[in-house]
Each structure stands twice: as C-alpha cells, then as structure tokens.
Write a protein that binds this ligand. Structure first.
Ligand code: SF4
Length: 169
C-alpha cells in the first residue's frame, strides 16, 4: 500500500510496472525534482537556465514550482509527445525525471501521482503551501494515508495559527 511516507525506492518499484509502451511519453511528461535539473543539464551539456528556458515548462502547485519537459502539442490540443521522446523511447533515459520514474499509469497510478504531490509539491515548512493544501483537501482533493493535515503539522496550535493566517511565512 502506498502511503505518504512510503520510501521512494518502494514507490519506484510500483512505477516500473508499466507496459503501455511509452504511452505517457506520447501524451505528457513527468515532473523533475532539483537533482534532476542538474543531472539532465549535465547530460545535455547545457546550463540549468538553458534547460529551463528551452526544454521545460514551470508548473506551480501548493506554492511550489517544479518543471516538466515541454510537450510538442498539436494546435488546439492540451497534450502531445514529450520533447525528449524520440519516437522510440526516452532520449534522456539515463537521467529521466523522478516524475517519469514514479510514473502514473500503472494499476497504482493515482496513488503514485498523490505520493509525488505530497512529497514534492506540498512543503511542510511553508505555511502558504499548507494553506493551499488545506483548501485542496476541503474541496474534496484526494490524499494518501499520512497526508492528513494533522500528520503534516503535528502541533495542533501551530496548524491552527497557520490556517488562521497568524503565521504568514
Ligand atoms: S522525459 Fe523521457 S520518460 Fe519522461 S516523458 Fe519524456 S520521454 Fe518519457
């Protein structure tokens, strides 16, 4: 069972169970974490800034901004092949983003997506991130075991202060 605190290595084992033959790479791309930026830039022999400018899009969630490979979208479509998909496979396979390794199309797809969200977008050290996450939960957003607000901020007094905007940053 995948929980918020399931170790990344265990999560990656679930993500490997994918036999959809690059379906994700033809329709979208996965998020990078900080280490991925450095590794992919080095692999492509370009600077991190150039990588961000030329090959990646920035996406914000819960007051955290991460990057993902651009998509070659056809006019009027919201999806398309990843900029690193070469028609047969991933051209940066050796350094592919964590979001791609975790995957989201296996039988555990939704839970894998939630695990990534809880561990890489939600920032328990950022009150604004916690407030936005609280709003997400209030509006019916899904989470995993361990992703309840009382587990993200264990000090109830502190949590209330954050939610009441008594602590801004
Ligand atoms: S980076 Fe590679 S694995 Fe990830 S979506 Fe693009 S082609 Fe697929």
């Amino acid at each position: 069972m995948i929980k918020k605190n399931t170790p990344a290595d265990d999560v990656l084992c679930h993500g490997k169970k994918c036999d959809r033959k690059n379906h994700c790479c033809k329709m979208g791309s996965g998020f990078l974490i900080k280490d991925d930026l450095d590794k992919i830039a080095e692999f492509l022999k370009i600077s991190v800034d150039s990588l961000k400018d030329i090959r990646l899009d920035a996406v914000e969630m819960f007051n955290t901004t991460l990057h993902k490979p651009k998509l070659d979208k056809k006019k009027g479509k919201h999806y398309g092949p990843c900029t690193f998909f070469d028609g047969k496979g991933c051209s940066i396979h050796e350094v592919k983003p964590l979001g791609c390794k975790v995957g989201n199309c296996s039988e555990h797809g939704e839970k894998l997506h939630l695990w990534f969200m809880l561990n890489h977008f939600l920032n328990d050290e950022d009150p604004e991130s916690i407030r936005q996450y609280a709003t997400y939960l209030k509006s019916g957003g899904k989470t995993l075991d361990g992703g309840e607000l009382k587990n993200i901020v264990k000090d109830e007094t502190l949590l209330n202060k954050i939610l009441n905007f008594e602590i801004l940053r």
